[in-house]
Design a protein around this ligand. Structure first.
Ligand code: SF4
Length: 417
């Protein structure tokens, strides 16, 4: 099944996307429809909303899964004028949720932005994006809603690292969308030096729904938008699922029942082989299993897909997307891609595999952003979950690896439904 739909339990309406039984969008992008849903209601008690977000345990949806209430509170308690940025720049090629939300639900994102601004005391807001269609939808929604908060739209180039929070701040300040070393983090010194909340657009949308549907706060926090793709078996699906849903159920629903492995978190969460069907979709379980949910993009590998070929393409793509600011990132992604390519072409020795293992352990945390960590995790999980495939490639080339290795990440790239 492809398209956009909610898989919440029967009888539940979708929260951010329509459920299978609904026609049209809940609220939609039309201002009248959104107001009729209870959107843009005056916020009289910001602390009460913050308490609701904390009690429901809402976690950020940009990738790290950090508790949203902690970020809001930290910026609220920082001195001086504060700034808030709705971050709609999703660098993972396999994720479409943020662009879809901005294109089709701009009011719910803007509503979340003004609520988060009220909670933090921010006097200035930005919407940060790279997608032209999303920009048109947001500008139209801003003209319709005329928010009391000053909100500017900042367009950036679409790259893997442009949505990283320090890159966001740098671009909003007029510089290049490249990460900087931390500290300081944006909540300490962000846009124009002011304490800044950089919040993913899905996180903000969930805050808005939590405010307009207070009885459903737990369900709102306990639901993810995930992008499911892979295997050349049809288009991708953007699906709203409860936290804890088993990956096998998601694969079956979307026609990936024959999948034998999965690449998690876009390119950030690593490859997972045998046992992937038992994994539940939640940050803590996946972290405990050595994987990561990241932005919630899942790419399924089918019987004809070779995990080594997938790893080569992922590492090469990440190497090409390196901002080339950190020497260790440039040399590390290059070395890992070269060694993986040697494995794929049957030219690797056991020493090559040992080097890959060492780099996958030593490189995480050494770059200014998480791109190098993503490449290292791809390598680490390939070695951990597919040792037989790696070993076999050291002796002979498989059909999937026989052709030239694509470097453009096309395999992972998903079109917005
Ligand atoms: S780790 Fe890589 S992508 Fe990230 S800032 Fe450094 S050079 Fe750029």
């Amino acid at each position: 099944m492809t398209g956009v739909f909610s898989l919440l339990p029967e009888g539940r309406t979708g929260l951010l996307v329509p459920s299978l039984s609904e026609a049209g969008l809940p609220g939609g992008e039309d201002i009248d429809g959104y107001l009729a849903e209870g959107g843009y209601a005056p916020l009289v008690a910001p602390d009460r909303l913050l308490g609701r977000i904390a009690a429901a345990g809402l976690r950020g949806r940009g990738g790290a899964g950090f508790p949203a209430a902690v970020k809001l509170r930290t910026v609220r308690d920082a001195p001086g004028p504060r700034v808030i940025v709705a971050n709609g720049e999703e660098g993972e090629p396999g994720s479409v949720k943020d662009r879809w939300l901005l294109r089709h639900r701009p009011h719910v994102v803007l509503d979340g932005l003004r609520l988060a601004a009220a909670v933090t005391g921010a006097g200035r807001g930005f919407v940060y994006l790279s997608d032209a269609e999303a920009e048109r939808a947001v500008r139209r929604a801003l003209a319709e809603s005329a928010p009391e908060l000053r909100i500017d739209v900042v367009r950036t180039e679409h790259t893997y690292v442009a949505g990283e929070e320090t890159a966001v701040v740098r671009r909003v300040d007029g510089g290049p969308a490249l990460p900087t070393a931390k500290p300081p983090r944006p909540f300490e010194s962000g846009v124009g030096g002011a304490p800044t909340l950089v919040a993913n657009v899905e996180t903000l949308a969930r805050i808005a729904v939590m405010y307009s549907r207070p009885d459903e706060a737990d369900a709102v926090a306990g639901t993810h938008l995930v992008t499911l793709s892979g295997g050349g078996e049809g288009d991708a699906a953007l699906v709203e699922v409860p936290v804890g849903a088993h990956l096998k159920v998601l694969a079956d629903v979307c026609g990936h029942g024959r999948a034998e492995a999965v690449l998690l978190g876009g390119l950030f969460g690593g490859l997972y082989g045998e046992g992937w069907t038992d994994l539940p979709l939640d940050h803590d379980s996946l972290n405990a299993a050595g994987a990561a949910l990241g932005c919630g993009a899942l790419h399924f590998l089918h019987p004809d897909d070779c995990p080594v070929a997938v790893a080569v393409e992922a590492a090469a793509y990440l190497g090409a997307q390196s901002a080339r600011q950190c020497g260790v990132c440039l040399s590390g992604t290059g070395a890992m891609t070269k060694a993986l390519s040697a494995v794929a072409s049957g030219e690797a020795s056991h020493d090559t595999v040992a080097k890959l293992h060492r780099w996958s352990q030593q490189l995480p945390g050494r770059g200014a952003c998480a791109l190098l960590d993503a490449a290292a995790r791809v390598v680490a999980t390939l070695l951990a979950h597919f040792p037989d495939a790696v070993d076999a490639h050291c002796r002979s080339v498989c059909p999937a690896c026989a052709g030239p290795a694509p470097e453009d990440g096309r395999r992972f790239t998903v079109t917005v439904p």
